[in-house]
Design a protein around this ligand. Structure first.
Ligand code: URA
Length: 211
């Protein structure tokens, strides 16, 4: 597993406002959107391309275009949905699949309650969106889901990660595939309720309210 922490003053500034408990949902949603676009720039550094010949007003030249098959972006519902627009803004031709996952608050294990994904993901670059990499259980389950359909190239885009979750992910992935994690910050630790510290609270609730 490879980890990339987006080290940029704009990322740090936006993240600080996100963390602030006084930031209400409308601003929170806007900031998540902006932050994800900045993270998407880093997350797509290795997006597959192929040469293409074009004619400029002056001459013919060879540039690049995104290769087929198109990348697949997969927000993990519910909170990952708040990251979708920010990601597809930079990857407008990507296909979008969905994974509905919830953590069992007692066992902290991930339960998959919905999925809408292509059956065959062999050779497909996949971008998973999940704001909080806490215990790692959800992301491991999501990556296993994609691996079971043949994917081997997965980039997880997260706002925050806990060191504990990163370790779980690293151990679970091993050398089964190429997994990259792009985050705005690796925080200190998890608390006794498996919340990230200092964190930003419950990302889903802060995006969409307590429903
Ligand atoms: N999920 C959240 O939304 N926040 C955390 O801190 C941990 C998991």
């Amino acid at each position: 597993m490879r980890l990339h922490v987006a080290d940029h003053p704009l990322v740090a500034h936006k993240l600080t406002v996100l963390r602030d408990e006084r930031t209400a949902s409308p601003t929170f949603r806007l900031l998540v959107d902006e932050l994800v676009t900045l993270l998407a720039y880093e997350a797509t550094r290795e997006v597959r391309t192929e040469p293409t010949v074009i004619q400029t007003p002056v001459t013919q030249t060879t540039g690049i275009k995104l290769a087929d098959p198109r990348p697949l972006v997969v927000p993990i519902l519910r909170a990952g949905l708040g990251m979708l627009e920010g990601m597809t803004r930079l990857l407008p031709t990507a296909e979008v699949g969905f994974l509905g996952m919830q953590r069992d608050e007692e066992t902290l294990e991930a339960i998959t309650y919905a999925n809408r994904l292509p059956d065959d993901l062999a050779g497909r670059q996949c971008f998973l969106l999940d704001p909080m990499l806490a215990t790692g259980a959800t992301l491991v389950a999501a990556i296993d889901f994609l691996f079971a359909r043949g994917a081997r190239d997965v980039t997880a885009v997260c706002l925050l990660a806990a060191p504990e979750g990163l370790k779980v992910l690293e151990d679970a992935v091993g050398d089964r595939g190429d997994v990259k994690v792009v985050v705005a910050s690796v925080d200190e630790r998890l608390n006794e309720n498996a919340y990230i510290v200092p964190g930003l609270g419950d990302a889903g609730d802060r995006l969409y309210g307590v429903v």
